[in-house]
Design a protein around this ligand. Structure first.
Ligand code: AMP
Length: 298
């Protein structure tokens, strides 16, 4: 459903890193706390839920809108990624955001850029497997943004659960004194996870897409019915997709520990786990997941 956003509090637009750093420094000197939400724009209710959480928990909320070239493997995906700054301003303003930071790619990757960050764990599974180098691009841009803004809290969506696990490792590894807040997945009424990429689905693909989340729910039902075997849980999801996806092509279905992202010990889920999948459509690759806590025995 298309959401209508109206103008709320005044929003400041900043595109220069030095101006952003000075703004944040000044706010911190006043004793204000800073909440930060990084995004790639084409903002929707999923993003807005993060903004509202940041506004509720911080004196000053900064969001970034930056389509980060370093995290795209497919040049078409980067080129055609939806961009709409006028709309993004309205969404941010409506949620009560203080600053929208929208730098250019040349600004964030100045000529002669020779240093980047690398993720050495949790990237050989899920999206890391299908998108080599993606998470290096993510942590590189986040390191720059965290250094500029020096936020007290950062807000990320569980829609990108692998990203949440890796950002947690980034904060730990680089000793960033920043609290990570993981926010729940916002969905359409039919269960489809909100995503900027949903706009790139054809009408037929959009009708089929809710099955991506329903398949994961089928896997979760199996766990709730007592199944603990990761392979069997994964197979339940695959069987569901086999029956219900005629256009989408499954990239992966996986059942792992969370946030460790390892195969469950002895193939049996216990503790917190994730069931995650990715499905290719003609111009969009959709990802979704469910995480839950499972008691040691039924
Ligand atoms: P993106 O613009 O896709 O890079 O996303 C920016 C942030 O919004 C990330 O932390 C995402 O996980 C989060 N996000 C995107 N879609 C959703 C959603 N449907 N529900 C909750 N968070 C989301």
């Amino acid at each position: 459903m298309k959401q209508t956003y109206v103008r709320g509090t005044s929003l400041r637009l900043i595109s220069e890193p030095a101006e952003l750093a000075a703004f944040c420094r000044e706010r911190k000197q006043r004793g204000e706390t800073i909440g930060f939400v990084p995004t790639m724009g084409a903002l929707h209710e999923g993003h807005a839920s993060l903004f509202r959480e940041a506004v509720a928990q911080s004196d000053c909320t900064i969001i970034s809108v930056f389509v980060n070239p370093a995290q795209f493997g497919d040049p078409d995906d980067y080129q055609y990624y939806p961009r709409d700054l006028a709309h993004d301003r309205l969404v941010a303003e409506h949620a009560g955001v203080t600053v929208l930071f929208c730098p250019s790619a040349e600004t964030m990757y100045p000529e002669g850029t020779s240093v980047s960050a690398h993720v050495a764990a949790k990237t050989d599974v899920l999206c890391g497997q299908s998108r080599p180098g993606h998470f290096d691009g993510v942590v590189t841009i986040l390191t720059k943004l965290f250094a500029l803004i020096q936020p007290d809290c950062v807000f990320f969506g569980m829609k990108d659960a692998q990203q949440v696990a890796i950002v947690d490792d980034l904060l730990h590894s680089f000793l960033f004194p920043i609290k990570l807040v993981a926010c729940p997945i916002v969905r359409e009424a039919d269960g489809l996870a909100r995503s900027s990429r949903n706009a790139r689905l054809t009408t037929e693909e959009r009708s089929e897409a809710p099955h991506v989340s329903r398949g994961l729910q089928a896997g979760l039902e199996a766990v709730r019915d007592g199944c603990r075997e990761a392979a069997a849980i994964g197979q339940t999801v695959k069987d569901y997709y086999q029956q219900h996806l005629t256009i989408g092509r499954v990239d992966y279905v996986d059942v792992l520990t969370y946030p460790g992202l390892t195969s469950p010990p002895d193939g049996m889920v216990t503790g917190r786990f994730i069931i995650a999948s990715a499905v290719y459509y003609s111009k969009a690759r959709l990802i979704d997941n469910v995480t839950e806590h499972c008691p040691a025995s039924v």
